[in-house]
Ligand binder design. Structure first.
Ligand code: NAP
Length: 319
C-alpha cells in the first residue's frame, strides 16, 4: 500500500460501498479490507497491518447495525458492543499509536427529537410526535432546530431510555473522544436512488404501515462525498453531523414518492406511537433533527434534503 492510499474498513457494507464508489470516482487509491481477510477487530492484528501498509488515512465504515432492524441489537448485545464500541476504540488506539488520521462513521441516532424555539426560548423536545409539536413542525418549521455537535446525546445509555443499538453508538463516540486525529461523521437514515432493503425510500414503499416522525436524513453518496471532502480539505478533526441540510416528516417523503413514482398502492400510517410500539417495534426508535452548520462552515457542499430526495426519486432504479 503506497503512502497516499486510504484504508477502507467495512467496505463490504451498505455505507462502505458508497465510500468505495466515491473513492473510485475520485481516482483515489484505496484498499478495502474485510474481516474475512484480516481480522481488523483485533488490536495486534490491526496494528501490524497498519505498520506494514502505512495508509495515509483510515475510514471506518464497519460496525454492527442489526438485521432486519435495530431491534436485533436488543438480543445480539455482545455483537453490537463489539462492533460499535470496542471496534472504534481498537481502531482509535492503533491509529493513534502510529499517528495515522482516520474517520469513523457514527450515527445521529444518539439523539431524540429536536431543539424547539418558541417566544425566543429554546428547549429540547425529545418527542416530536406529540400533537402540538407535530403541528408546530408543519406550521412553523423555522422553530425546529437541530442538535449540534456540542449537544450531549439524549438517547444513550447515559440518558435512557434508548435502544441498545443507539447506546452502543454513543458509547463508541465516547470511547474514541480525544484519542489521536479523528473525524466522527454522524450519518442518519441513508437513502439514494438505488432500490434496496437498506434504502429509506425503499423501506417506506415496503412497510405495510408507515411510522410518521421528523428526521434529518443522509443521501448515501452525498454523505461519503462530504466525509471525504472534510479530509481532503484538512478540516479540523472532530465530530461532524453529516446529513442533507433540513429535515422531513415521513408523511412528506411519502407524498414525494407518490408525486414522482406514482405507485399503485396506497399508504397507511400507524395511528399512534402506542400502536406502532405494540405491533411493529420492540426497542424505542430515535427520530431526530441534526444541525449541519459546522459541516457547511468548513466549505463542504451538500444538497438540501428536499433536493436530494426528489433527485433520488427522479433517478429511481428499481432492484
Ligand atoms: N445503515 C444505516 O441505517 C446506518 C445509519 C447510521 C449509521 N450507520 C453506521 O454506519 C456503519 C456502517 O453501517 P452499514 O449499514 O454499512 O452496515 P453493514 O451493511 O451491516 O456493513 C457493516 C460492515 O461492517 C463490518 N463489521 C465489522 N465488525 C462488525 C460487527 N461486529 N458486526 C457486523 N459487521 C461488522 C462488516 O464487514 P466485514 O466483515 O467484511 O469486514 C460489515 O459488512 C455502522 O457503524 C452503522 O452503525 C448506519
Amino acid at each position: 500500500m503506497a503512502n497516499q492510499t486510504i484504508l477502507l474498513l467495512g467496505g463490504t457494507g451498505y455505507i462502505g460501498q458508497a465510500f468505495a464508489r466515491e473513492l473510485q470516482r475520485r481516482k483515489q487509491p484505496f484498499t478495502l479490507l474485510s474481516r474475512n481477510e484480516v481480522d481488523y477487530s483485533r488490536f495486534d492484528v490491526f496494528l501490524n497491518f497498519l505498520k506494514t501498509n502505512q495508509p495515509a488515512f483510515v475510514i471506518n465504515a464497519a460496525g454492527y447495525t442489526g438485521k432486519p432492524n435495530v431491534d436485533a441489537a436488543e438480543t445480539e448485545r455482545a455483537e453490537a458492543l463489539l462492533g460499535n464500541a470496542l471496534l472504534p476504540q481498537t481502531i482509535a488506539h492503533a491509529c493513534a499509536a502510529l499517528n495515522i488520521p482516520w474517520g469513523h462513521v457514527s450515527s445521529g441516532c444518539i439523539y431524540s427529537g429536536a431543539k424547539v424555539v418558541t417566544y425566543g426560548r429554546e428547549r429540547v423536545e425529545p418527542d416530536l410526535t406529540r400533537p402540538d409539536l407535530h403541528a408546530l413542525v408543519e406550521k412553523s418549521p423555522q422553530a425546529i432546530h437541530g442538535f449540534s455537535e456540542t449537544d450531549r446525546p439524549n438517547f444513550s445509555f447515559r440518558r435512557p431510555p434508548c435502544s441498545f443499538y443507539s447506546g452502543t453508538k454513543a458509547l463508541g463516540e465516547e470511547a474514541i473522544a480525544g484519542l489521536g486525529q479523528s473525524y466522527i461523521w454522524r450519518l442518519r437514515i441513508p437513502f439514494d436512488e438505488f432500490d434496496s432493503g437498506r434504502n429509506y425510500l425503499s423501506k417506506l414503499q415496503r412497510y405495510p404501515k408507515v411510522y410518521d416522525n421528523v428526521n434529518s436524513v443522509s443521501h448515501r453518496a452525498d454523505f461519503a462525498n462530504a466525509c471525504l471532502d472534510l479530509w481532503e480539505r484538512r478540516a479540523p478533526f472532530g465530530i461532524y453531523n453529516v446529513t442533507n441540510p433540513g429535515f422531513v416528516t415521513a408523511h412528506q417523503v411519502v407524498a414525494t414518492i407518490q408525486k414522482i413514482l406514482k405507485p399503485k398502492r396506497t399508504f397507511e400510517f400507524w395511528s399512534s406511537d402506542a400502536e406502532f410500539y405494540k405491533k411493529a417495534a420492540k426497542a424505542p426508535r430515535s427520530n431526530c433533527v441534526l444541525d449541519v452548520s459546522k459541516l457547511l462552515a468548513t466549505g463542504v457542499k451538500i444538497r438540501p434534503v428536499e433536493e436530494a430526495l426528489e433527485d433520488s426519486l427522479r433517478n429511481w432504479e428499481p432492484e
